[in-house]
Design a protein around this ligand. Structure first.
Ligand code: AMP
Length: 392
């Protein structure tokens, strides 16, 4: 019998990791990479970005500027990304010089809802019924097949509910179609879920796998609002969610951190909603609450180091801070941090806009529900009027 062993190439500390994308995920990745002694170089169209502010080098270039992409790839030892809508040609150009993790093919599948859902369905993963929509006839037929209510989503470039329309009645079909403005779309059954959960996990090239259990997520206006560790789901549901995540990672031959978002239907059935081929907002609580955060796992996986422990020090929760918090002026940081167990993370974004993710708060407590209560209260205190000396 011949035994094959996948030899994982180790990129040692003090090497340079290149990252496509420059948002908060890249920022937290770069912070963890720096702790491990790596240098990080980011490429994105922006300047003074969330990631660039904490990186050794920031290249401001369009993703389709393949000259800049090749120059960037030659300056680093390995490439990863924090933003999945990087064009395939960009990944291919970088891959001429260095390894890119996760692979370009994973990105290609997950950056388009139709390709992602087709991948999930073909590999037997559970998901809501869906149809490809290109014409108004497709949409009428899709509604006939799937029933109402249903959700129409653009196939590409959709996140946080952008490009989504819920169709409740036949009279709304044409208007929903017009809103697509010619873009390809997916019609999906509306799931009246009991709750939303996610599994954040990491896989190394040799198949080593680590996960943070099941995280429970509450959304407001389609945007993640609060996440809690140790979701209160039956053990068989938790085991199934982790097994699906492991199996998706395995099927992709995935290298890096990955998140699978699920709907948990009232009958206890899990349905995959979305795959994020990168660290995910619902895993931000691992930054403070776990031995190795989701960002550290990404560094370890792409550099071929052993994965770290996903053990939680204590149950934890995270509350997002959207630009809305700034609507009444500068938030009251002093009041929010009155509770010493609350940790504040801000992403260095100068312009607070409605719905824009500006930062988050985390806390640990004896139970996830108590941690969630603490972060919600702290967030409420952010909008408490300042005293005349600008204090809480
Ligand atoms: P998405 O960008 O597809 O993850 O959607 C954002 C949020 O919209 C989800 O987390 C859900 O809260 C809601 N949503 C999306 N699709 C559906 C669906 N088919 N049924 C019910 N709620 C949905």
């Amino acid at each position: 019998m011949v035994l094959f062993r996948i030899v994982t190439k180790v990129i040692p500390p003090n090497s340079t990791i290149g990252i496509f994308g420059s948002g908060q995920l890249g920022r937290m990745f770069a912070i963890e990479a720096a702790k491990l002694g790596y240098r990080v170089h980011t490429l994105s169209p922006g300047r003074d970005t969330s990631t660039g502010q904490v990186c050794g080098l920031e290249t401001a270039a369009a993703y389709d500027d393949l000259f800049e992409v090749r120059t960037f790839a030659q300056s680093v030892d390995v490439v990863t990304f924090e933003f999945e809508n990087v064009p395939s040609a960009t990944i291919d150009a970088a891959a001429e010089f260095v390894s890119v993790h996760p692979r370009g093919a994973v990105l290609h599948t997950t950056q388009n809802r139709l390709r992602e859902k087709t991948f999930l369905a073909e590999n037997g993963f559970p998901l809501a019924g869906f149809r490809r929509i290109r014409t108004i006839e497709d949409l009428f037929k899709g509604v006939e097949d799937l029933g109402l209510p249903a959700v129409l989503k653009t196939a590409g470039f959709g996140y946080d509910g952008k490009g989504q329309t819920r169709i409740n009645a036949h009279s709304e079909i044409e208007e929903a179609f017009d809103r697509l403005e010619g873009r390809e779309a997916v019609l999906e059954q509306f799931i009246s879920f009991e709750r939303e959960v996610s599994v954040v996990c990491a896989r190394r090239a040799d198949g080593a796998f680590a996960h943070y259990g099941v995280i429970e997520n509450e959304h407001v206006d389609h945007i993640l609002d609060v996440s809690m560790s140790h979701a209160d789901v039956p053990p068989n549901v938790a085991a199934e969610a982790v097994e699906i995540a492991r199996s998706v990672a395995e099927t992709f031959g995935y290298v890096g951190t990955l998140c699978i978002e699920f709907f948990l239907a009232a009958n206890g059935r899990l349905l995959v909603n979305e795959i994020a081929p990168r660290p995910h907002n619902s895993g931000h609580l691992t930054f403070d609450a776990c031995v190795a955060s989701q960002f550290e796992q990404q560094v370890r996986a792409v550099c071929g180091l052993p994965l770290g422990s996903t053990e939680f020090y204590r149950p934890a929760a995270m509350a997002n801070l959207l630009g809305d918090v700034w609507e009444g002026g500068e938030p009251n940081w002093t009041a929010a941090l009155e509770e010493p167990s609350v940790k504040l993370h801000l992403y260095g974004k100068a312009e607070p806009r409605r719905g824009r993710k500006m930062g988050h708060l985390t806390a640990m407590a004896d139970t996830p529900a108590e941690a969630a209560r603490i972060v919600r209260k702290a967030r409420e205190r952010l909008t408490k009027p300042l005293t005349t000396d600008g204090q809480g």
